[in-house]
Design a protein around this ligand. Sequence first.
Ligand SMILES: C[S@@+](CC[C@H](N)C(=O)[O-])C[C@H]1O[C@@H](n2cnc3c(N)ncnc32)[C@H](O)[C@@H]1O
Length: 284
Amino acid sequence: MLAPVSGEVFLDGTVGAGGHAEKIAERIGPEGLLVCADADPTMLTLASERLRRFPRAVMVHADFADLEVLREASGGRMFDGMLLDLGLSSPQLSDPSRGFSFQGDGPLDMRRDPGAGGTTAREILGRSTERELADIFFRFGEERFSRRIARALVTLRRKEPVESTARLADLVKSAIPRKAWPRKIHPATRVFQALRIAVNRELESLAVFLDRFASHLAPGGRVAVISFQSLEDRMVKIAFRTQSTGPTAALHVLTRKPVVPAETESRSNPRAASAKLRVVRKNV
Ligand SMILES: C[S@@+](CC[C@H](N)C(=O)[O-])C[C@H]1O[C@@H](n2cnc3c(N)ncnc32)[C@H](O)[C@@H]1O
């Protein structure tokens, strides 16, 4: 649906390990230009190795919401295509020292860009009130047992600081009644998601991008967003719909329903199971 062709200017706002970027770079060829952004410098290093054979792939350490910075990297040219593949990539998830995952034990960090400072998950868990914690779990994780979990956390932290991913995962498990444990995911999945979103202000970046991307898109340009949870998918759906409705609409939605992976893909790559792809095109 992004349909990159030779000579086009593209943005991969979440380059990660560079898998999508590599496919785009092959299609736009030596006449094209690909701006690759990631907020995590570790991922940019990985991507630049993978994309070394494409001299026209430019790496930028930036949030995808910083569209002005990304336009500068394109020499001021509008983008013919933009991609966001939200969330985290496998190398981030599987490194216990980053603190994103409850599989394996590590410090509760969760910052996408630790070098930039900012608040860690451990600090949020240590400083927030019970009410604030419950709000984070409910708003960003849609966790039904947000209050019970927040209460259990506050009780525990009076005795000892909550500092490791394994400790947090155990606590969440014991705070949710066994019969209410979700069937397909680990009981702590929603709390980990909520903390990660809070630490990195993920919804704010997405909201800014959705509000501004159209003015950086060339006529006929396409934008694809892949999201992995319902909060983000809802934001994308509403933004695309709003900007494609009415007589002066700037965009046209190419995906009436989100594109989801086939069962075979979900089975062979379980991390893709919750993916939803939505695409718009700018009117000419
Ligand atoms: C799912 S991965 C992308 C994987 C990539 N499409 C590939 O083929 O390897 C998401 C990446 O986006 C980055 N990311 C998430 N939110 C971001 C933001 N607001 N700004 C910049 N990068 C972001 C993460 O650090 C991560 O590397």
